[in-house]
Design a protein around this ligand. Sequence first.
Ligand SMILES: [Mn+2]
Length: 535
Amino acid sequence: MKNTTLIFGHKNPDTDSICSSIAYSALKNKIGKHTKPMRLGDINKETEFALNHFNIDAPELLTTVHPCIGDIKTGNKTVIKDTDSIKTAMEILTRENYSSLPIVNKDNKLESMLHISQIANAYLEMSTKNIFDNHCTDYSNVLNSLNSTLINGELPCGKISGDLRSLREIKLGQNNGVVVTTDTERIDEHTDKYNISLIVICSKNKPNIDFKGVNTPIVHTEYGIFKAFKYISQSVSVRNILSNNTFLQLRTRDYIRDVQAMMRESDQSNFPIVNANGEVHSTIRIKHLSDVVSNNVILVDHNERGQSVDGIETAKVLEIVDHHKFGDFETNEPLMIRAEAVGCTSTIIYRLYKEAGIEIDKNIAGLMLSAILSDTLIFKSPTTTKRDVEVAKELEKITGVDIDKYGMDLLVAGASLEDMNAEDVITMDMKKFSMGNYKIALGQINTVDVNGLMKHKTDLEKVMQKHIDVNNYDMFMMVITDILNKGSKIIVLGNSAHLVETAFGVQLEDNTAWLKGVVSRKKQIVPVLMQVAQS
Ligand SMILES: [Mn+2]
């Protein structure tokens, strides 16, 4: 994920935010970058229509760009298996200068953390007498710990049975075991009669003897006998000395901000990190917390922090492509900003395609066209520029869809009230106001199909009346805004419905009226009503 730049629009994404992310990511990838479009929220019905129409999957949801534990670039990858020897563990701890090491089982899953103090404690209690009775290990650990080579027979597999014996003890009838000796003379054709699993010969030079007729495995080490005993005791596998100590383990997907306090409070100095499969990813210390690789991101269709993804302050913003006013954006490093006073981000992205000399794929062109038609309400919005219209015409040629027909289908799909009941329509965007002595509710919904919605007028009125009864509103005004014809159909109920007639100079017929040119509750309705209510 780290090498991939994430491209996304604003929260509560509209069609421009989604389609421009996809289109810009496609352009970037065509010029050899690794990018991925993302979305910061649910896809609305309009965008869903566009994506389905042009057969493109919705981007994945991105909830945060806060760095995860797995984003820390430093740390130690060394692990040891629970069957490895104490000697191996000590060598790694010394070499890496760590006080603890993750121990994994045969499936590479984290089993425990081995602390150097556990080795010290075990070592103090360990005696070479009965060592293999009390601590299990296998023959290869002994071979490796002694830095020895096999000079006769075959090294047995698995766990060592028996214990350390001298040749004499064995010959005197002691049980089976591993023999450590400097004496090669006594190894003869009778040796196989005894139950010896391994003979370790300690001598400066490799013995120049023919062990013909002997099958017992023999290894040679250059260590003297005292060193050999020391290293044999270190050959026991770490599994023997693991205690059931509890320790803090982290997951690669943990957010650093969530775990750092816990890490600081813990007296553990080294923390194992496991991946989603429970396998060890690495270990880190507190000091590594600052070594994070931040997410690279490109913002489209927005430039304000408040509208962007959670954790944006931790990300590296490479570019901004936007058509909104610039707010409070502050960055640590210079970045590429592409801002144009046009009606839609996709209008800018079209130019970026041209500048890069890259052809636009048919389906991507369809999404870009959708974004322009959506943002400009098929060129009816006052934010539309000549450039938006020109670009839309070019995209129309590439996609082959008809702007007017497709644009209308797109907006209708977006304003679809399917799956919505009367209660949803009324409360979707409802606000309460105290105006003078009046308690007033004002609901608004945008649609391209006012008549379709008005067919449900009786149901809508029932819900409005219910809200009036429950909340003692003096008036409930429902504003059904026709986004294509620039005006609003209103339904007004309540004892003070006459306020609306005075405010807008209209006559309510069957509780409704048409307010020509009125589309903004904030700018065109609330102030006018307020004036009348307070006079
Ligand atoms: Mn936009």
